[in-house]
Write a protein that binds this ligand. Structure first.
Ligand code: C2E
Ligand code: CA
Ligand code: CA
Length: 703
């Protein structure tokens, strides 16, 4: 009866462990054994009331030593592990032996015994069932295991134990959301990963060592895929585990967030193309691909000619829309395997992991140029753009990195040649670039007042070579680089934008000089021409700046002639035309500069408000060459000049021909109806002081 009570009382104990020899088991219920003789008893998981009761009862039933462990009263410590439990049991056993020795056990059951002999010492109470101690241990393990399992199932992580042969020996409850419960093999787990991650996952699961973690994408049973961190602990040699323990932690939310951030960091927000951060890694991929194909790889850099002008004059929304459409067209135009990136601004890069050679690369680049040649529909307007492409190729993996710089050098050369073209990198281009960099830096650091000066070249009548006007031409002597011709530094200043500041300086100096000449009393009809670049014309404040400068020097605006090239005047936006018209309205005259140097478009030219046509020296040279070919016959060359003159006369515009070096040229130009000439024949560009006496001699009031 007492024993039954003891049994019920202690039945709540979580686990029971025994140690030492073959214990005399005097009582067992579901989970309780009272071990007597020289064996200790350990119970744990009892509550306070139960502990006291158990002590009493156990003391009553047998002369055993006992120890209560892990009660919630805090006095009986819980063993941390099996080793500690063993120690505590050993202590309990010793106490049992001591008790027996001293005969302090109440009830006297088996309290005295001869050491080394067994049996007969324990009064086995009625109803007690002798039990196999192995069963007790098994039961204890079962309970312990259950407790651990509850803990595992409660954990947010999923756990698998995989045997060396690849069988899943254990899985925690949450494994069901990943793996079909009937799946038994590690391969089933591997099959949850996308095909391209499977071999990596297989290697990961088979690794030796402990605590290695790696993220994998797995498709859950509900069909959703997620990201999981798989930590592998190799416990194959551990007797209890005999396998690899895989802890699977769901990291979907943080991984998606990370991937999104990474994607954002490597994607251009406007066009959705990869951005320049991706260039190096993609070039690395292409380099690996090159090793497989054995063909060279190529990098192209592409840049829209005059994009800044479009952006400045039409506004950023139009610029953005244009870039987006350019990106879309390029994406459609490239071949599979090629990558297009937006490097920033209006610059794009295209990686060709394999290309047959230079000719093929040029063809591919030309194809892109042609694709962009078709007009773009932006809102209600049609925009035409031209593009330049620099290409660099290599078949040497060590040079893959150098491609970026080389493609840029080629692109720069393409721009230098006037754009709308493809240039393939070659080593000779390097020196140009170095010079370019030097000039760029020297220009940036230039002290305009000290380093710049203007020379003036007379424009005279073809009839009697009287000076009617002077063209201001800029000269630059850099303290670092010496004298640099405008043909070399002006195009660079146009690219860097420095030309706007330079242009202001030029106009200020022109007005200052003109004011000085007026003050000195030169012919009041003499005009001065100054050159205006497209970039200046694109500045919204340009017209106001010109007028303000003239006002400041008290120079009448009808003394000023703005020389603007055809291409700058014919900008497709119409903004240039409007600004030119505003200059004319304010009293300036407009001279169309370099006429006949590019592909002139007389039809379009009519849409530009201008006063004077200035024929470029190159046209004169072409005509001279034609005449030579025709054995001195001037018919054809004269006919061309006459055609220009007749068109100019319809428009009521005087025609100036520049670069006239010989008397012969002068005569034939005059015969063609050209009214004015400019050239070394009638006057080289000269410092103003040298011209002043000539100007003072002029009779006032000529046509
Ligand atoms: P441009 O406007 O066509 O100027 C005429 C160029 O032809 C000048 O070269 C002049 O010196 C040269 N030239 C004149 N007569 C003859 C001749 O009989 N024979 C030969 N061989 N050449 C002759 P320059 O001064 O070297 O200027 C070159 C270009 O630089 C100019 O071409 C113009 O486009 C630009 N430039 C010069 N000054 C300025 C400036 O202040 N602002 C801007 N934006 N551009 C300028
Ligand atoms: Ca000029
Ligand atoms: Ca010219």
């Amino acid at each position: 009866m007492e024993l039954q009570m003891a049994a019920t009382t202690v039945a709540h104990a979580d686990a029971i462990m025994t140690l030492g020899g073959e214990p005399d088991v005097s009582l067992i219920s579901d989970s309780v054994a009272v071990l007597t003789g020289d064996h200790g008893l350990a119970l744990h998981g009892l509550e306070r009331g139960q502990i006291e009761r158990a002590e009493e009862l156990i003391a009553e039933i047998g002369g055993c030593g006992f120890m209560l462990l892990g009660g919630t009263d805090g006095e009986h410590p819980a063993p941390h592990d099996h080793d500690e439990l063993r120690d505590l049991l050993a202590a309990a056993t010793r106490r049992a032996a001591d008790n027996a020795e001293r005969g302090t056990n109440r009830g006297g059951c088996g309290s005295r015994r001869d050491r080394g002999t067994r049996g007969g010492r324990v009064a086995r109470p009625a109803g007690a069932v002798p039990v196999d101690p192995g069963a007790i241990l098994a039961e204890a393990e079962r309970r312990e295991g259950q407790r651990l399992r509850t803990l595992l199932d409660d954990s947010p992580d999923t756990m698998f134990v995989i045997s060396p042969s690849g069988t899943i020996n254990y899985r925690s409850a949450s494994a069901a959301q990943l793996l079909d419960p009937v799946a038994e093999r590690a391969e089933d787990l591997i099959g949850l990963a996308p095909a391209d991650q499977r071999s990596a996952l297989r290697n990961h699961l088979h690794q030796t060592g402990t605590g290695q973690a790696a993220p994998f994408e797995l498709t859950k049973r509900d069909g959703d895929s997620g990201w999981f961190d798989l930590r592998v602990s190799d416990l194959i040699t551990d007797e209890l585990v005999r396998g690899r323990v895989i802890t699977v932690r769901d990291i979907t939310i943080e991984t998606r967030l990370r991937l999104k951030l990474e994607h954002q960091a490597s994607t251009d927000a406007l066009t959705g193309l990869p951005n320049r951060r991706v260039l190096q890694p993609r070039l690395g991929d292409a380099r690996s691909a090159m090793e497989h194909t054995g063909q060279p790889m190529a990098l192209m850099t592409l840049d829209i000619d005059g994009f800044k002008t479009i952006n400045d004059s039409l506004g950023h929304p139009v610029g953005d829309a244009l870039l987006t459409q350019v990106a879309a067209r390029l994406t459609n135009a490239i071949q599979p395997g090629q990558t297009i990136l937006r490097m920033g601004g209006d610059e794009f890069a295209i990686i060709l992991p394999s290309i047959a050679g230079e000719a093929a690369a040029r063809l591919a680049a030309q194809h892109l140029l042609d694709t962009l040649d078709e007009p773009f529909q932006i809102g209600a307007r049609l925009e035409h753009v031209r593009t330049s492409i620099g290409v660099a190729l290599t078949d040497d993996r060590d040079h893959a990195e150098a491609l970026i710089g080389r493609a840029d050098i080629a692109l720069y050369e393409a721009k230098r040649q006037g754009g709308d073209t493809v240039v393939i990198y070659e080593a000779e281009l390097e020196s140009t670039t170095t010079r370019h960099n030097q000039i760029t830096r020297a220009l940036r650091e230039a002290d305009y007042d000290r380093e710049f000066s203007l020379v003036y070249q007379p424009i005279v009548t073809a009839e009697d070579q009287t000076i009617v006007s002077l063209e201001a031409l800029l000269r630059w002597t850099s303290p670092h680089l010496g004298a640099i011709g405008p043909d070399e530094f002006i195009p660079i200043a146009e690219v860097t934008g420095e030309i706007c500041g330079i242009g202001k300086w030029v106009l200020d100096e022109v007005c200052r000089q003109l004011a000085a000449w007026i003050e000195a009393g030169v012919d009041p009809d003499i005009t001065v021409s100054f050159n205006v670049s497209a970039r200046q014309l694109a500045e919204p404040a340009f017209v106001a700046g010109v007028l303000e400068t003239a006002r400041r020097w008290n120079v009448p605006t009808n003394r000023l002639v703005a020389e603007i090239t055809e291409s700058a005047a014919l900008d497709h936006t119409g903004v240039a035309q409007q600004r030119i018209q505003r200059l004319r309205d304010a009293g300036l005259r407009i001279s169309i500069d370099d006429f006949g140097s590019g592909y002139s478009n007389l039809g379009q030219l009519i849409s530009v408000p201008f006063d004077i046509i200035k024929i470029d020296r190159s046209l004169l040279l072409t005509l001279s060459a034609m005449r030579e070919q025709a054995g001195g016959d001037e018919t054809d060359s004269c006919a061309i000049m006459q055609a220009i003159v007749s068109i100019a006369s319809i428009l009521d515009a005087p025609v100036v021909c520049e670069g006239v070096e010989t008397e012969q040229q002068l005569i034939s130009l005059h015969a063609s109806g050209i009214t004015h000439i400019q050239g070394y024949l009638t006057g080289r560009p000269a410092l103003p002081a040298l011209l002043t006496p000539q100007l003072m001699e002029l009779e006032p009031a000529r046509a």
